[in-house]
Design a protein around this ligand. Structure first.
Ligand code: HEM
Ligand SMILES: *[C@@H]1O[C@H](CO)[C@@H](O)[C@H](O)[C@H]1NC(C)=O
Ligand SMILES: *[C@@H]1O[C@H](CO)[C@@H](O)[C@H](O)[C@H]1NC(C)=O
Ligand SMILES: *[C@@H]1O[C@H](CO)[C@@H](O)[C@H](O)[C@H]1NC(C)=O
Ligand SMILES: *[C@@H]1O[C@H](CO)[C@@H](O)[C@H](O)[C@H]1NC(C)=O
Ligand SMILES: *[C@@H]1O[C@H](CO)[C@@H](O)[C@H](O)[C@H]1NC(C)=O
Ligand SMILES: *[C@@H]1O[C@H](CO)[C@@H](O)[C@H](O)[C@H]1NC(C)=O
Ligand SMILES: *[C@@H]1O[C@H](CO)[C@@H](O)[C@H](O)[C@H]1NC(C)=O
Ligand SMILES: *[C@@H]1O[C@H](CO)[C@@H](O)[C@H](O)[C@H]1NC(C)=O
Ligand SMILES: *[C@@H]1O[C@H](CO)[C@@H](O)[C@H](O)[C@H]1NC(C)=O
Length: 538
């Protein structure tokens, strides 16, 4: 698997170089729901909305709250036995004094509201993504993002460092979490450039009852002011100069090596810049996971040539298949044409060069905060091919022609094409519906599954719904398996029979299993966020 990813990566680079692209963005072998989804959350997701301009909340900032929860969640890691790490165990640890602060539940509420969680992307991946957005939203470095964390379902050990503990305890806590004494200095400074200490949470630290939040430094942004103010002796950081000497943990940590490390972060000639140090340390922090958990390759640029879920529908002897192709940083060329090509399943209908379908429309990609910081542009080309339902489709690919004399670029998923594994059981995009109840304006989705078989077939769907019914953490993905019924409003047509079930409008992924004529067919992780089911109201 890893091997084939590498191969296609190298291929992609070579292709781009040959056709004279200024830089080659990586690509991946489709299908890969995890990488596709991580990319889409990072580059087109909406998380940035809440952290843009280091957005304030509760007299601190939303990014400060998101970064703190990531650290506290990860704090359960034990390098000696490989347990704990960033695994969302924090959701089961909120009643502990060491996790005090309304920012914790508020952050989890934010994450739930984004409805990001999916079968291959849990709350732990979401917390890690939140840390990346938090740092970026406050003007800090862009942290490469990997997905693949595994969500815990129970609390971890009570191992978050606390301000009244001595230096030896903190050094040991960070060693256990996987960080050297020098890295401890860095990571605490990187964390404490955002936010501050709340009087109501730590009355023995912030002793002035008039204070609500005592910020760690005078700037809101992610910068080295926490370091420079400390070294200049102008700091108001309550964990450095607070009246309670016992809780001056930042002072003990920052000065633990005679200020050598802190000095490096303000020294202009030093290669250990604050920003780079924090980029590396926070990346390691969010990638600290239990042994046995494997994270994806780090994403620091969007993948190029990403397709969206192919949407099939059947009517009157004809299949329609719609998809899109996203192209990153395309040259500004109005004469560019992109054609989708496909092969049939019988090797008889399409010519050997493939059947063709031109793009039907083009949309500018709306990038996330992270994409905007990277200065990306992108276009998404739409296709909707009309396909003979008998000969059907086995795979598709694209030809990008700049019409400027250069050879066209073939986008064929590393040579294999984008393969339609089976066409026996699939969600029918034009027969399914978004149903709005006129009485309540509530909405649900009527999912219609087309089956190339008769009414003796059986179909079930497993849906994932990130919109947990719980109003307080823990928030857990709702997974429901439903057996479908014969759809009375879509009678059998041609060789197809239609089955149906209702699902919540917040369901984001569906996996379908059909037993047809004694064989089993599956469509896994069908992406409900890109469907365009017709709207009907009742
Ligand atoms: C010895 C280690 C540490 C101690 C004793 C410590 C202690 C504290 C305390 C007492 C607060 C105030 C929380 C509240 O008022 O509710 C705080 C806030 C914060 N900590 Fe730490 N911390 C440590 C390490 C870290 C690390 C490694 C990070 C992240 C890299 C971090 C990130 C934050 C952030 C962002 C806030 C501000 C939260 C907000 O404003 O809502 N801390 N820390
Ligand atoms: C912010 O702090 C002030 C006092 O410093 C307090 O009156 C106010 O309620 C706080 N705001 C929020 C949203 O907590
Ligand atoms: C690993 O260490 C942690 C912290 O010391 C402890 O709570 C946990 O029980 C240990 N787990 C195993 C499997 O030994
Ligand atoms: C200082 O903080 C420690 C630890 O929280 C606490 O035990 C002690 O009573 C505090 N001292 C004062 C004077 O508030
Ligand atoms: C730092 O400032 C404090 C008061 O803010 C003062 O007591 C202390 O002497 C100063 N230290 C240095 C090294 O200037
Ligand atoms: C480190 O810097 C702080 C803040 O300026 C100062 O109070 C402290 O004495 C310094 N420690 C050493 C060992 O230089
Ligand atoms: C079905 O296709 C046939 C021939 O391809 C056409 O004559 C007929 O009008 C179509 N029916 C509908 C409902 O589109
Ligand atoms: C679809 O393909 C089959 C098999 O090649 C052929 O018999 C049929 O006429 C085609 N249908 C249409 C509408 O072209
Ligand atoms: C593709 O075209 C078919 C037939 O014209 C239509 O039913 C279907 O909704 C279209 N798909 C999309 C995603 O637009
Ligand atoms: C879907 O919901 C509608 C309206 O409540 C209901 O009439 C229909 O029977 C439901 N369909 C299935 C398959 O449960």
């Amino acid at each position: 698997m890893v091997q084939s990813l590498r191969v296609s990566y190298v291929r992609a680079i070579i292709t781009f170089t040959l056709v004279g692209y200024a830089r080659g963005f990586p690509t991946f072998q489709w299908p890969n729901p995890q990488l596709a989804y991580a990319d889409s959350q990072l580059y087109e997701g909406s998380m940035g909305i809440l952290v843009q301009d280091c957005a304030p909340r509760d007299n601190t900032t939303i990014p400060a709250q998101w970064l703190r929860i990531a650290y506290h969640d990860m704090s359960t890691h034990d390098i000696d036995n490989g347990t704990g790490g960033l695994d969302t165990s924090i959701q089961y640890e909120l009643d502990r004094a060491q996790n005090i602060g309304k920012g914790m539940a508020e952050s989890l509420n934010d994450f739930k509201a984004f409805r990001i969680a999916a079968p291959f992307f849990g709350m732990a991946d979401t917390i890690a993504l939140g840390a990346v957005f938090a740092v970026a939203g406050c003007g800090g470095p862009l942290i490469p993002y990997s997905a693949g964390r595994v969500d815990a379902t129970v609390a971890g050990p009570e191992t978050v460092p606390e301000p009244q503990q001595d230096l030896a305890s903190h050094t040991e806590a960070f060693r256990r979490q996987g960080f050297t004494p020098t890295e401890m200095i860095g990571l605490v400074a990187c964390g404490h450039t955002l936010g501050g200490v709340r009087q109501s949470d730590f009355p023995l630290v912030v002793t002035d009852p008039e204070e609500d939040v005592q910020t760690f430094d005078k700037t809101t942004n992610f910068d080295n002011a926490v370091v420079s103010e400390y070294l200049q002796n102008t700091t108001q950081n309550i964990l450095v100069v607070g009246p309670n000497v016992t809780t001056r943990s930042d002072f003990r940590i920052f000065s633990s090596d005679g200020n050598t490390t802190m000095q490096r972060y303000v020294d202009l000639l030093s290669s250990y810049t604050f920003s780079e140090t924090c980029q590396n340390l926070i990346e390691r922090m969010i990638n600290t996971v239990p042994s046995g958990v494997t994270l994806s390759q780090p994403i620091s640029e969007p993948f190029n040539y990403v397709i969206s879920e192919p949407l099939l529908s059947y009517r009157n002897g004809t299949l329609a298949m719609a998809t899109t192709l996203r192209v990153i940083n395309p040259s500004d060329n109005p004469s560019r044409t992109i054609t989708m090509l496909w092969s049939d399943r019988q090797g008889s209908f399409c010519p050997s060069s493939g059947c063709t379908s031109p793009s039907t429309s083009t949309q500018q990609v709306v990038f996330s905060l992270i994409g905007n910081i990277q200065g990306l542009t992108g276009e998404r080309y739409s296709f909707n091919a009309t396909i003979n339902a008998t000969t059907s489709i086995s795979k598709f690919w694209f030809k990008i022609n700049e019409n400027e004399g250069s050879d066209p670029v073939i986008v064929d998923n590393g040579g294999s094409g984008f393969v339609i594994g089976q066409d026996t059981v699939f969600i029918d995009n034009s027969r399914s519906e978004n149903v709005i109840l006129s009485s309540s304006f509530n909405e649900y989705r009527k999912v219609v599954v087309a089956v190339r078989g008769d009414a003796s077939s059986s179909v079930s769907i497993t849906s994932s719904d990130p919109n947990s019914a719980a109003s307080t953490p823990p928030y857990v993905l709702i997974i429901i398996t439903t057996n479908l019924q014969l759809d009375e409003t879509n009678p059998a047509e041609g060789v197809f029979t239609f089955f149906t079930a209702n699902v919540s409008e917040t369901v984001n992924f569906l996996s379908i299993t059909g037993d047809v004529g004694g064989s089993s067919y599956t469509q896994d992780n069908f992406d409900m966020t890109v469907v365009n089911f017709p709207f009907v109201s009742t």
